[in-house]
Design a protein around this ligand. Structure first.
Ligand SMILES: Nc1ncnc2c1ncn2[C@@H]1O[C@H](COP(=O)(O)OP(=O)(O)OP(=O)(O)O)[C@@H](O)[C@H]1O
Ligand SMILES: [Mg+2]
Length: 481
């Protein structure tokens, strides 16, 4: 015999949040197959939701509820796993504050008195939807083994390359556009290398004035130059036995390149103003968003230094080539910043997903994360839209079919010819290479206005005998090659 789930057999607990327990409500719910749990405050409600994994909540909104009151409810109502039904007084939905709150945080609402079928229907629906979410929604994306989000083929290959680079001490150069994750890659290599217990020292060569860069890298002795009031250990020395990450190496000034090359060749440094050579054991990883090969070609970067740094070379894929990872990263950013928004944001609308995958992301992952963060704050609804993301609207425009393109081109050609010839059909038809009858028929089919034809009735009148042989000849053909 088929076993049927009765309401009691699936967990049908409804958490009622109100100042005091409502006995009548409790009895009504019990008679309808629901078990009522009561929470006096939102703090208690939050703990109960977490502990008992409650899927449905019933929140009583007092008639005189204020913004402060509603704000206090938000913390526990924001949780994705619970669907809330609000219980309001008659007419209370006209209150803008209340209606906005319901729209943002509740699945449904019922008007008091509400011990009726409508309430049971709303609770059942909320419960069903909650279950659906559990089974359908993919878990929030989390950092993978390499502390990066991404599963596309290009990223999987990058992970494999990171693992290979991690086991050797050879210098690695990481290429890639700005914001693609070059620093994350450098850190991932270090963390997986035998040097992981020692320091990872990063220096941004573009952010330090050229005159100070050398002192920053190599350190200086006291009195080495004006202002050198005490001895300073350089970044290279600080990275001893660890990893040195030279970020934006493409912006390193020429004189500094020469000293760096010496260090890479000999494994020793000399502090500015110092006399002794210091042996340093450092693994070097470098990165830049500029085209280093081009910089070498143009003479802006020493080729001998380039070959020293680029023993192993990794390339970060640009975000626009990562396919489904765009959505994954957007969800990851949403999970990071969801709490920043004033509303309970459930995800991205389908137009937003489409716009994100159509956009070129020149600022790559950094741009995507910032874009989602801004949208979380600015969003007006429960789902982030393309407009919230500030993405170009054209990115959302549906692609026109060939028939649509052809029809639009035909209509444009007719309109332009008519305008050129002051709406004289015979002349426009001759210009377009069709008979007057064909032009008339095409105007009709394309709903081309005959404005401007007034006073030329004889010319615009429908031809009496449609003797034309070009009936099926399109005015405009579109090549598919
Ligand atoms: N795959 C990823 N998963 C999660 N976060 C990422 C990923 N890639 C990049 N990020 C994040 O994007 C931002 C930019 O990353 P990172 O600084 O490593 O890029 P970059 O290539 O060094 O950029 P730039 O060339 O501007 O220095 C950081 O906040 C980083 O945490
Ligand atoms: Mg960087």
């Amino acid at each position: 015999m088929t076993k049927i789930d009765t309401p009691q057999e699936i967990d049908r607990t409804v958490l009622c949040v109100s100042a005091r327990p409502d006995e009548l409500l409790g009895k009504f719910l019990a008679a309808s197959g629901w078990q009522a749990a009561h929470a006096k405050t939102t703090a208690i409600a939050e703990r109960m939701i977490e502990r008992d994994n409650i899927k449905v909540g019933l929140i009583e909104l007092p008639e005189d509820c204020t913004l402060q009151y509603l704000s206090a409810l938000e913390a526990c109502m924001r949780r994705m796993e619970t669907n809330w039904v609000a219980q309001i007084a008659p007419g209370q939905s006209d209150n803008e504050l209340v209606s906005r709150f319901i729209l943002d945080y509740c699945f449904d609402f019922v008007t008091r008195p509400c011990l009726n079928e409508r309430l049971i229907f709303a609770l059942g629906h909320a419960h069903g939807l909650s279950n659906l979410r559990k089974t359908q929604v993919t878990p929030e994306p989390s950092m993978g083994r390499h502390e990066m989000v991404g599963q596309c083929e290009a990223m999987l290959q990058l992970y494999r390359h990171i693992d290979k680079c991690a086991v050797t001490d050879a210098p690695v150069f990481v290429a890639g556009e700005s914001g693609t994750g070059k620093e994350l890659t450098a850190r991932a290599i270090h963390v997986r290398s035998p040097r992981s217990a020692q320091a990872f020292v990063a220096i941004n060569c573009a952010a330090i004035p050229p005159t100070l860069l050398q002192a920053e890298l190599f350190g200086h002795e006291r009195g080495a130059f004006t202002g050198a009031v005490q001895r300073k250990t350089g970044r290279i020395e600080s990275a001893h036995q660890g990893t040195l990450f030279l970020d934006e190496i493409g912006d390193m000034p020429h004189e500094c390149q020469a000293v760096l090359l010496r260090f890479l060749q000999e494994g020793t440094i000399e502090r500015l103003g110092g006399t002794s050579e210091i042996k340093v054991d450092v693994r070097v990883i470098s990165a830049t968003h500029v085209d280093l090969e081009k910089a070498v070609e143009d003479g802006r970067f020493r080729s001998d230094l380039y070959h020293r740094l680029c023993v192993l070379r990794l390339v970060e894929p640009p975000l626009r080539e990562r396919g489904g990872d765009i959505k994954l990263l957007a969800n990851y950013a949403l999970s990071m910043y969801r709490q920043d928004g004033s509303r309970k944001i459930r995800g991205f609308s389908s137009d937003a997903v489409k716009a994100m995958s159509n956009y070129g992301w020149p600022g790559n992952v950094r741009e995507l994360i910032n874009c989602v963060r801004r949208a979380v704050v600015m969003s007006e609804g429960r789902f982030i839209t393309a407009t919230d993301l500030g993405l170009p609207q054209s990115a959302n425009a549906p692609v026109a079919t060939l028939a649509e393109i052809r029809s639009k081109a035909e209509k444009d050609a007719i309109e332009q010819a008519l305008q050129r010839h002051g709406y004289k059909l015979s002349e426009a038809a001759a210009d377009l290479g069709v008979s007057r009858a064909t032009l008339y028929r095409l105007m009709h089919a394309n709903r081309v206005n005959q404005d401007g034809a007034a006073g030329r009735a004889s010319d615009t009148a429908a031809p009496q005998n449609d003797d034309d042989s070009e009936r099926d000849t399109p005015l405009v053909s579109v090549s598919t090659h």
